[in-house]
Design a protein around this ligand. Structure first.
Ligand SMILES: [Zn+2]
Ligand SMILES: [Zn+2]
Ligand SMILES: [Zn+2]
Length: 765
C-alpha cells in the first residue's frame, strides 16, 4: 500500500514536471546592443527551453520560453543574475500561457512597430579587453582600428533609429564579409549579432590626409603617429566627433602651436595617456580616480598635477585626463610614448566638429579619418572628485542616453538655460538627458540643440505634453520653448534658475523638502536682478528666497564677466581707483575706461548676488586673473591658488537680515594684499564664503525644522567651498546632498526644470 501510494505520487510529480508551460517575458532596460539576445539564447539552450527572443521597436526585448515551470523560473533567475556586463534591467514582466510546442529556441528578426514601455539603447562603450587582444591575435583584425564586439563599441553615436539593428545604424553601408557573417550568425560567438561587427576586409577604412597625399589603412595610422611624434597637429576622428591631437611633452611646442591655431590662449586641454602608469608620471591618482578612468565610460577625470606640462592647463592645479577608448587610440599609443592633448575640435562656442568637410577649415597639419558617418555628435564626459565623491562636470559620451529615474507621469520637455545646455525629456518616470550641446548663442549650436532633441525624442517615442524652460526671457532655449508651447498648444513652465538647481538635487535624491544653497555665475531672478548666491527653501514645486549674497553693481553688464576687475570696481568702487589705474592696460580703452567703470558702478541698475562674480572679483584683486578666456576661468584659478593656502583672516560670517555681507570680505583682502600671501588670502576668502553660506542655510533649516541641505550650481565644483559646507551641515546633524548622477552646474539644470514642472502638474491633478 505504502509503496504503491509512493508510485502514484512519483507519477504525479513526473507528470507535473513534464507538463510544459509557456512564459511570455518582456524585459525593459538597456537590453539592446549589449549582447542580450545571444545571452538569452545561451541560457535558454542550456536549460533546454524552446521559444524565441527578439528586440522590440521600443528597445525592450520580448522572450517566449517553453519548458517546465521549474526550468523557466531558473531561466528568469539567470536572466537577472548572469546578464551581460553592460545590460541594465529595469523591469521584467512575466505572463504565463499555454504551450505552443516550439521545436527549438531561436533569435528572431526585430519587430519594427513601437510598443508601450520604456527602454533605451546603451551609450557608447569603450573597447573591451578581448577586442584589444583580438587586435593582436586575429589575422583579420590585426591592428584593425574599428575592432568591436557585442560588449563594446559605439552605440548612441551611430544609431539612426530603433530597433538597434545594423540596418538602422551608420554601419549599414558596410556589407559583412563571409567570415564576419559567420561570427554574426553564430550564437556562441562573442560577435553574435554585434551590429558594429567589422574586419579589415569588410569594415570601415581609415585614411590620413597629409600634405595633399592620402595614406590608407595601417600606414595611415603609423604615418599619423610619426607626424605627432614630430610635433605636428593631427585631427583625429573619434566616436562622437573630431579631436585635435598633439604631443604633450615637457617642451610643449606642439601644444603652444595648437593654442595659436585655435586662438585659445588659456582654456585647459584634455589629455589622453596610454595607461595608468603614464598618468602616474604626470598626475597624482587615487584608487577611486583609477576606477573611474578604467570604467567602460572612460571619461575625462580631473587629476592633480604632478609634473607641469607647458601650455596644457595654464594656471590650474589639475589636468583633465582620459584613457584610450577605441581601437584607434590603442594603436596610436603603440608608437607614442608620452601623453597626447586630445581636445574636442570646435570653433569657440560651436559644437564639436564631426564631418570631414568642416575639419578641413581648422588648419591642422593632417587629418586622420575613416569612412563611417557619425550620426550623433557626442563630446567626452568630464568627472571631478569632490573629496571621495565623483561629480559630473559634463555628462555626455558613455552616459547618454541612459535614463535617470524621476517621479512623474507627464511627458515634459525641458530646454535648459544658456551655458552648457543639455535638454531633458521626461517620460514615464524616466529622465532622458541629451548629450552636451554647449553654449547656446550661435545659430549652429541652436541647430544642434534642436536636432539632438528630435533624435532623442524619436528614440524613445516621445511626444511632449508640457514644456519647461528658464525664467530668463532672452535665452534661445526660452524662445524655443515658447514657440513650441504655442505651436503645440502646451502648458509652459518658466522655472527660476536657482529653483531649478535646487530641485535638480532634490529630485535626484527624492527629497520632499530642503534648504538649497545655489551658487553659480548667473541666473535671472524674479526681481529682475542677476542672482547667483542664493539660499532657498523648496518643496520642488515651489521655492522661497530666504537669503542671498550681498548685491553688487555689475559695471557694464556682460563686460563685468569678461573683465573681473570691473566686478571688483562694482564691489569696492572708488576705494580701488588707483589699483584699477595701475592695471588699466587690461582694459581696451585703458585709463579712460576706469573712469567710465567707476561711474557705471555708481549708477548700475542691474545688481548681482552671484557667487561666481564674487570669486572673479577676488581673483582680480589677487592678480590671479584679469581677463576671462573661458567660463569659470577666474574662479578655477582662484581655487588652484587657494589650495596652497590656509585661513589667516578668520572672518566671522556677517549676515544682516537676509543678506550675507561680502563687501567687508573684499575690503579685508584689499587691505591685506601686500601683507599676506595671496594663497592664504584666496583660501581665507573661500573659507568665508563657505562658512557664511553654511551658517545661513543651517539657521534657516533650524527655523523651519528641515533636515536636508542641498548644494548646487557651478560654484559647487569648488572643492574647498563644497566640502566645508558639507562638514558644517553634517556637524549640525543635518543631511547634505549634491548631485551624483547629473552635473552640479547648468549641464543638469533641464532635469531640475522638468522636476519642477512635473511636480506642479502632479499637484494640480
Ligand atoms: Zn569588445
Ligand atoms: Zn569582415
Ligand atoms: Zn546655473
Amino acid at each position: 500500500m505504502f509503496s504503491s501510494g509512493n508510485t502514484v505520487i512519483a507519477k504525479i510529480i513526473i507528470c507535473f514536471t513534464f507538463f510544459l508551460v509557456l512564459a511570455k517575458i518582456k524585459v525593459n532596460g538597456i537590453v539592446q546592443g549589449v549582447g542580450f539576445r545571444p545571452f538569452i539564447y545561451r541560457i535558454a539552450s542550456h536549460l533546454n527551453l524552446k521559444g524565441y527572443v527578439l528586440n522590440l521597436g521600443d528597445a525592450g526585448v520580448e522572450i517566449e520560453v517553453e519548458g517546465s515551470k521549474e526550468e523557466i523560473e531558473k531561466f528568469i533567475e539567470f536572466l537577472k543574475d548572469k546578464k551581460p556586463p553592460l545590460a541594465k534591467i529595469d523591469e521584467i514582466k512575466v505572463k504565463w500561457a499555454d504551450e505552443r510546442k516550439y521545436k527549438r529556441f531561436e533569435i528572431r528578426k526585430s519587430k519594427e512597430e513601437k510598443r508601450e514601455g520604456i527602454s533605451i539603447i546603451p551609450p557608447d562603450i569603450s573597447i573591451c579587453q578581448e577586442c584589444i587582444e583580438d587586435m593582436e591575435k586575429q589575422e583579420r583584425r590585426r591592428n584593425y582600428f574599428f575592432t568591436t564586439c557585442t560588449n563594446c563599441g559605439p552605440r548612441f553615436t551611430i544609431i539612426k533609429k530603433l530597433p538597434y539593428d545594423r540596418c538602422n545604424t551608420t554601419m549599414d553601408e558596410f556589407e559583412m564579409c563571409e567570415e564576419c557573417y559567420a561570427e554574426y550568425t553564430n550564437p556562441s560567438n562573442r560577435r553574435y549579432h554585434a551590429q558594429t561587427i567589422a574586419c579589415k576586409n569588410c569594415g570601415p577604412q581609415i585614411f590620413l590626409k597629409w600634405d595633399e597625399k592620402i595614406f590608407e589603412g595601417e600606414e595611415a595610422i603609423w604615418k599619423a603617429t610619426n607626424l605627432l611624434n614630430n610635433g605636428k597637429i593631427v585631427a583625429i576622428k573619434g566616436i562622437g566627433g573630431y579631436h585635435l591631437a598633439c604631443l604633450a611633452d615637457e617642451k610643449g611646442r606642439a601644444v603652444r602651436k595648437l593654442r595659436s591655431i585655435l586662438g585659445r590662449p588659456q582654456k585647459p586641454f584634455a589629455l589622453m595617456a596610454r595607461d595608468i602608469k603614464m598618468i602616474e608620471g604626470i598626475a597624482f591618482i587615487n584608487d577611486k580616480e583609477k576606477d573611474m578612468l578604467l570604467s567602460y565610460i572612460k571619461p575625462i577625470v580631473l587629476l592633480e598635477k604632478k609634473e607641469e606640462l607647458p601650455y596644457v592647463a595654464p594656471g590650474l592645479h589639475n589636468y583633465g585626463v582620459m584613457l584610450p577608448y577605441t581601437g584607434l587610440h590603442f594603436l596610436l599609443f603603440k608608437k607614442i610614448s608620452c601623453p597626447l592633448v586630445m581636445t574636442s575640435a570646435n570653433l569657440p562656442g560651436r559644437p564639436i566638429i564631426y564631418s570631414e568637410e568642416e575639419i578641413e577649415n581648422i588648419g591642422v597639419d593632417a587629418i586622420l579619418f575613416y569612412n563611417r558617418k557619425i550620426w550623433q555628435r557626442c563630446d567626452d564626459s568630464i568627472v571631478k572628485f569632490i573629496g571621495k565623491q565623483p561629480v559630473l562636470i559634463r555628462r555626455s559620451r558613455g552616459f547618454v542616453p541612459t535614463a535617470i529615474k524621476i517621479d512623474g507621469a507627464t511627458n515634459i520637455l525641458a530646454t535648459g538655460a544658456e551655458e552648457n545646455v543639455v535638454a531633458c525629456l521626461l517620460k514615464d518616470g524616466h529622465a532622458f538627458l541629451s548629450q552636451y550641446i554647449g553654449h547656446l548663442q550661435h545659430l549652429e549650436t541652436f541647430e544642434f540643440f534642436k536636432e539632438a532633441i528630435n533624435h532623442l525624442a524619436g528614440l524613445i517615442s516621445f511626444t511632449p505634453e508640457a514644456i519647461a524652460c528658464d525664467l530668463h526671457p532672452n535665452f534661445l532655449t526660452t524662445k524655443f520653448a515658447e514657440e513650441m508651447a504655442e505651436e503645440k498648444n502646451l502648458p509652459l513652465f518658466r522655472v527660476q534658475h536657482h529653483h531649478a538647481h535646487v530641485a535638480k538635487v532634490m529630485a535626484e535624491h527624492s527629497l520632499k523638502e530642503a534648504i538649497g544653497i545655489a551658487i553659480d555665475g548667473f541666473g535671472y531672478g524674479n526681481d529682475g536682478m542677476a542672482w547667483g548666491g542664493e539660499i532657498l527653501y523648496s518643496n520642488i514645486a515651489e521655492y522661497e528666497r530666504l537669503c542671498h549674497l550681498q548685491y553688487h553693481a555689475m559695471p557694464g553688464g556682460d563686460a563685468a564677466t569678461k573683465y573681473p576687475l570691473r566686478m571688483l570696481a562694482g564691489i569696492l568702487g572708488k576705494e580701488v581707483e588707483d589699483f584699477l589705474i595701475e592695471r588699466s592696460k587690461v582694459f581696451p580703452y585703458g585709463e579712460k575706461e576706469v573712469e567710465v567703470i567707476l561711474k557705471q558702478a555708481r549708477n548700475a541698475k542691474i545688481k548681482t548676488s552671484s557667487c561666481g562674480r564674487l570669486l572673479d572679483a577676488i581673483a582680480a584683486l589677487l592678480d590671479i586673473c584679469h581677463v576671462m578666456h573661458y567660463e569659470g576661468e577666474a574662479a578655477m584659478k582662484l581655487e588652484s591658488v587657494a589650495r596652497k593656502g590656509k585661513d589667516v583672516l578668520h572672518i566671522k560670517p556677517v549676515i544682516k537680515g537676509n543678506v550675507i555681507e561680502t563687501r567687508y570680505l573684499l575690503q579685508q583682502i584689499f587691505e591685506n594684499r601686500n601683507k599676506i600671501r595671496k594663497e592664504d588670502l584666496a583660501y581665507s576668502a573661500e573659507e568665508y564664503i563657505a562658512n557664511s553660506l553654511a551658517m545661513a542655510a543651517i539657521q534657516k533649516a533650524e527655523e523651519m525644522g528641515i533636515k536636508n541641505i542641498v548644494v548646487a550650481g557651478g560654484c559647487a565644483y569648488n572643492e574647498h567651498i563644497t566640502l566645508r559646507i558639507k562638514e558644517k551641515v553634517e556637524k549640525e546633524g543635518m543631511n547634505f546632498f549634491i548631485n551624483k548622477l547629473l552635473p552640479c552646474g547648468d549641464g543638469g539644470i533641464s532635469f531640475g526644470q522638468a522636476a519642477v514642472a512635473s511636480m506642479l502638474i502632479g499637484n494640480k491633478n
